[in-house]
Write a protein that binds this ligand. Sequence first.
Ligand SMILES: [Zn+2]
Length: 308
Amino acid sequence: MAAVAGCGGSAGGGAVPSTARAGASAATDRGGPRPPAVPAVAAAPAVPAVLPGPARAEEETSGEAVARRAEAARAALETARRWGLARLPLPAPQPPAGRPELRAAQGVKLADGLPPVVYRVPTEQPIVFLTVDDGAEKDPEFSRMAAELGIPLSTFVADYLARSDYGYFRRLAEQGDAVNNHTINHRNLKVLDYATQRDEICRQQDQLEGQIGSRPRLFRPPYGEYNEDTLRAAGSCGIEAVPLWNEEAFPDRMEYRYEDQRLHPGDIILTHFRGTDLWPGTMPDLLRKVVDEVTAQGFALARLDDYL
Ligand SMILES: [Zn+2]
């Protein structure tokens, strides 16, 4: 369906001239799906050889604990190698006990009585967040890869694309990923009146609550296009924050909002549930590209919903 494309076309509503992204847009590697096994997996420097999540190392020194850590490290390397990563992903730090209060900062737009709009989560930690939009391509290999590598996803799902198989998103939620609101019909909300906007957002709140089992706290407007009515409507049906993005990821490249063409602590990365009909690669190719890029720049992928 044509309407799937273009969600990321306007990189986020505003603050940035499109020329800032021009340098990274040339697609040079359209070789299609790559074989899963890549022989050399380099351990990331100065980082314990374990994945985030359950395999996190503990401060134990008994022989048994040492053996357990060695086994976890071996398994992590094996997993990374199997998915073709260039090196081990860096482990995300423990999430904060409670969600930190949002302060005014670069990448945060606060307005009284409205949910905040966030391009970058204020943090000093070397973490970034992966968000996946729309819901057309429901690739079980993608969700399996994310789970095995301990990569947390925040998804933003539009009903008209997801409704053919909400089970896929239910399973993502069961493995700890977040399923958030991206409206019913993926229309440009900015050109709609308040009542229609509210219907697009609130009806998807109800739909996701019924299909997934919990009511989303986060909402992303299609194309990153919104106005004050959008924020008011979203707030009225229980939305607490509106994350947009600073980078957009494709199977063969990342596009950066800022001229320094690199990640910053707290950056939100956008990508899409898309298949090879629209993209030069599979969703596992996409995740491999993201993880390798994030790791190479010294960042870990953390769970957006723990911070917003
Ligand atoms: Zn979208």
